[in-house]
Design a protein around this ligand. Structure first.
Ligand SMILES: [Zn+2]
Length: 67
């Protein structure tokens, strides 16, 4: 059954680093890149990540997720 926590998560939105849209956290992924010489988490929406957007300095692996 849907938990209270799931409802809370739906209410949380983040701003996509690539397209600047506000998306629910559940539709976003954090990719680690480099900004100003430091590791930095870039939060992007799944469509952008699936479309190939990667932060500068990204050295990890991203497995596309269903939107
Ligand atoms: Zn996006």
């Amino acid at each position: 059954m849907p938990s209270e926590k799931a409802k809370e998560n739906k209410a949380l939105v983040v701003s996509c680093a690539a397209c600047k849209k506000s998306v629910p956290t559940e539709s976003a992924v954090a990719l680690t890149g480099i900004e100003d010489g430091r590791r930095h988490q870039f939060v992007v929406c799944v469509p952008c990540a699936n479309g190939g957007w990667r932060p500068p300095g990204f050295a990890g692996i991203y497995n596309p997720r269903p939107v």
